[in-house]
Design a protein around this ligand. Sequence first.
Ligand code: SDX
Length: 431
Amino acid sequence: MDMTNKTATLSFEGKTLDLPILKPTHGPDVIDIRKLYETGDVFTYDPGFTSTAACESTITFIDGDKGELLYRGYPIEQLADKSHYLEVCYLLLYGELPNAAQIEDFEGRVTKHTMVHEQMHNFFRGFRRDSHPMATMVGVVGAMSAFYHDSLDINDAWQREVAAIRMIAKLPTIAAMAYKYSIGQPFVYPKNTLDYAGNFLHMCFAVPCEDYVVEPALAKAMDRIMTLHADHEQNASTSTVRLAGSSGANPFACIAAGIACLWGPAHGGANQACLEMLREIGTVDKIPEAIRRAKDKNDPFRLMGFGHRVYKNFDPRAKVMKESADEVLDLLGFHNNPTLQVAKELERIALDDDYFVSKKLYPNVDFYSGIILEAMGFPTSMFTPIFAVSRTVGWISQWKEMIADPTQKIGRPRQLYIGAARRDYVDVAAR
Ligand code: SDX
């Protein structure tokens, strides 16, 4: 944090407070209000955190006006084009791109941790087969803290490192197991000869009675989807992980909390909701009615996959995802996929409509991802679990950054209380 000698002066009720202004590498200046309550006896009010920097971080930067997303300073477009997911995991965790020896060692450590404790298989048996895989993942990931006792001590840097590797390595296995359980097929063990994305596809789609050969182009597309979802600054689920971690909760419990938050349709659940919306619209001629409903204040219907708290021009991930959708669907022979046609026409019409333009609503990362995942063979219920697998490295990187910060303290927001004034108890006979 760069402390400038600039201050913001706040004057009210005869008081004048000089609040320090902090200078970021990129982005708006930040007014430091940490002493505001102590010196001014007032709170600030920002329930959706639209104007609040909740922490300082060196990991990810987003410029919503420019449509820019940087992981440790590197533009997402370059990483999606030139890097691969485990290299991006290394970058997010340690801050620099690895050299050849470092990435070989890192990939080896992740690969060697992809199996889960055999007894964890029993957890799944307790769920109904038709449970949403996100329900299973919240439960099983939280239960990891019942198994991996040697990586629970958050004050031990080595245990934090082991927990990070275990989570990155095991989340794909757990997500694949949740999927297999939901369709009544046997679990498929990880294969160390496959790369990260290919291994995930194999665990999801292989069956014991025949060989499953991973299509390299699909593995590359899955790897790119994971890279695009890896981290995203202080979004709702990352903020959940940070808040849970600030109490000293173990890393597995914190990631389980992040998975629970991501599930919401306003957040990571939007990819499933978006594809269901596109299916409900069905054909291009039904798009005007969907647009009308999305604009109707009395109708709760929203265009899922549209809009973003930060991006007010375009989501750079959506642009890469759209290119990937064309490539994957061509590869799989879905040239005239009706859902993709509806999505492209919906985007075209919406971006011409003053309502969406004036409210700066553009396709976000969830708008095209579902189309690709469906074409790969995933049911909509697996879209958000795949987002959770991809985001685990972002969550754990942000958690590690917070825990390693010697100034960090438990997160404890205050409130604007508008309830009943103090009053005395009244006996029931007198009410
Ligand atoms: C993700 O934060 C992150 O970084 C999240 C994420 C990540 O990588 O972690 O990027 C992943 O969650 C992407 C967003 C996925 N969600 C959806 O696609 C759901 C649909 N989108 C909306 O629910 C909404 O746009 C949000 C939740 C994404 C953002 O909400 P905001 O910033 O609180 O904006 P808002 O709800 O105040 O909306 C502003 C205006 C409102 O109209 P007015 O009250 O000003 O008249 O725009 C309207 C909204 O009604 N609006 C929409 C709309 N989104 C906002 N109208 C129709 N369709 C939409 N999709």
